[in-house]
Design a binder for this molecule. Structure first.
Ligand code: CTP
Length: 397
């Protein structure tokens, strides 16, 4: 699957660097060649000798020691690869990438490259949760960096939580899905997913029961067919798929902005459960209990992202797909919704609590187009996604 692919692997300074040795082995087993770059901190955890022995190639360690500058400068080094992989991507490396620092070979390569970058973060759970890292993560997602992991689990530092680097085989799978060639190769597709959170005050918000499972499955299926996916997600229960560009947002208005920033695209799939209303003037400070007086919330209507994109003139995607989550008269409501919003297709489903669809693993949908309707049997959300991705590939062909 990776035969002939060239991977530039940047190994940062974290305990997870030992897993990168196995990653090199797994990549080479699959026919890829690996050019390793070891940061100074990385060399505290694994030795240049073991890295180069496993890679079967010279290991590049420092910008100023790059003796082959004349024959292979750092710019060329960064561009001759099919993919740049950063594993482990430490908090420090992510900060450098987000802010454009270039004070060593790894950060310089990351600035100079015009090749897709995939990062596998690894750090202490508190460092991962720190607002600075989360800010950098959002920035890097918006810059087009792809991520795999981190996973939850016991950490070398004795704590538990998100921050463990993805396992080598998970990173290999993310690399494969990034480099995969398929019917959607070269097509850019925006997918919205998950709920939105609309603030009431700094600690409270209005949300809905969307888990993000269906949107995540769709993004995964499209990426597996080779699409270049921009995944705009609200705070979902399920982690985003590997090999897609993740843009994290919280509110409907942020989602609209992220979608507009991601245009132009060949297709857009609006699977998010967007809040129809937001609190008109969210309080800047926590609303306090006030001698039995109840707060009164006034609402304002959120922009309809699907309708706005469907009605764009110059850069409307060739295929715009909406979802209709209904609890009664599913088909009639969905058909009316397709016409009202101006999208091409509607994927309609019944989300009455008795169906167990919202938050569940299965879905039963109807695919409604301008002149046809297909009733798909109940199946897993991933199967719905795969079938939809296949239909999209046929439509964009
Ligand atoms: N949608 C959107 N922006 C909104 C509301 C909905 O992009 N502000 C999209 C959803 O992602 C979905 C489709 O519109 O693809 C339909 O969402 P749904 O909540 O079912 O429809 P509503 O517009 O809320 O209509 P209604 O309240 O009549 O059901």
């Amino acid at each position: 699957m990776l035969r002939g692919k060239k991977i530039l692997l940047i190994i940062g300074g974290g305990i997870a660097a030992y897993k990168s040795l196995d990653l090199i082995r797994r990549l080479r087993e699959r026919g890829a060649s690996v050019t390793p770059v070891l940061t100074k901190a990385g060399a505290e955890f694994v030795t240049p000798l073991s890295v180069s022995a496993l890679a079967g190639d010279k290991v590049f360690t420092d910008l100023f020691d790059l003796t082959d500058e004349a024959e292979m400068g750092h710019i060329q080094l960064s561009r001759s690869a099919d993919l740049v992989v950063v594993a482990p991507a430490t908090a420090d490396l992510m900060a450098k990438m987000a802010h454009g620092h270039t004070n060593d070979l790894a950060s310089t390569l990351l600035m100079a490259t015009d090749t897709q970058v995939l990062a596998a973060p690894a750090m202490n759970v508190r460092m991962w949760d720190h607002p600075a890292t989360q800010r950098n993560l959002s920035q890097l997602g918006a810059d087009g960096i792809l991520f795999v992991g981190p996973n939850d689990g016991d950490m070398a530092c004795g704590e538990f939580g998100p921050g463990r680097m993805a396992e080598p085989l998970e990173i290999v799978a993310a690399i494969e899905s990034t480099l995969v060639q398929g019917p959607l190769t070269g097509k850019r597709i925006i997918v919205t997913s998950g709920p939105t959170h609309e603030p009431i005050d700094p600690v409270r918000y209005i949300a809905n029961r969307s888990s993000g499972a269906q949107g995540t499955a769709i993004a995964r299926a499209l990426a597996a067919q080779g699409a270049d996916v921009v995944f705009v997600t609200g705070p979902a229960d399920v982690p985003p798929p590997a090999g897609v560009q993740v843009v994290r947002i919280e509110t409907a208005r942020q989602m609209l902005q992220a979608v507009e920033d991601a245009l132009p695209a060949d297709a857009a799939v609006f699977a998010a459960a967007v809040a129809d209303w937001r609190v008109a003037s969210a309080s800047g400070s926590k609303i306090k209990k006030d001698a039995g007086r109840m707060p009164v919330l006034e609402f304002a209507e959120n922009p309809d992202i699907l309708a706005r994109v469907s009605q764009r003139k110059a850069d409307r995607p060739a295929l715009v797909i909406g979802f209709a989550a209904e609890t009664d008269n599913v088909i009639a409501h969905a058909e009316a919704k397709r016409a009202r919003k101006g999208c091409d297709w509607i994927v309609a489903n019944d989300v009455s609590p008795a169906t167990g669809i919202m938050g569940g693993t299965e879905n039963a949908v109807h695919l409604i187009t301008a002149d046809s309707r297909e009733d798909w049997p109940r199946m897993s959300k991933q199967d719905v996604a795969n079938k939809l991705a296949q239909r999209i590939a046929e439509a964009l062909d």
